[in-house]
Design a protein around this ligand. Structure first.
Ligand code: CA2
Length: 144
């Protein structure tokens, strides 16, 4: 089984600023955590981060036909991107939306997600553990 873990703009800044919102873990340690979890569950995980909307669309399209599940934290594009919604619908791969913080408890403009309707579910406010919860859901073993 192959999973794509897609991260959008500014998530490469994890652990560098705003630790009160996003915690102290860096993007590199998130990658390690995801890879360790994948190895422990016998699945392949590819991680990709981009600050560019079109790159994220390209990566989703490239997953078509070779990927079994997608974990997507599209960052601020969550709240703006019809292109990412269309790409998720186009590839038709089961996807889970993840947010480290709880966008619903923050500024009103974060309460809209364009991606939610193209995903099985959304996991928010569980820190980086949310990525593992999303992987567990896609793997189907309910493990954490
Ligand atoms: O809570 C999340 O995971 C978000 O997707 C993060 C996005 C934000 O726009 C969404 O509303 C919620 C922002 C990612 C920015 O990450 C930073 C990390 C460290 C320092 C500054 C930004």
């Amino acid at each position: 089984m192959k999973l794509l873990i897609l991260n959008g703009p500014n998530l490469n800044m994890l652990g560098i600023r705003e630790p009160e919102i996003y915690g102290t873990e860096t993007y590199e340690s998130l990658c390690r955590k995801v890879q360790d979890y994948a190895a422990a569950h016998g699945v392949e995980a590819e991680l990709y981060q981009s600050n560019h909307e079109g790159d994220l669309v390209d990566k989703l399209q490239a997953a078509y036909g070779n990927t079994d599940g997608i974990v997507i934290n599209a960052g601020a594009y969550t709240h703006t991107s019809i292109a990412l919604y269309d790409a998720l619908k186009a590839v038709g791969i089961p996807a889970v939306e993840v947010h480290i913080s709880d966008p619903d408890a923050r500024e009103p403009f974060r309460r809209v997600s364009y991606l939610r309707a193209a995903c099985i579910t959304a996991i928010s406010g569980h820190g980086t553990d949310g990525y593992l919860e999303a992987m567990a859901l896609l793997i189907g073993d309910g493990a954490k």
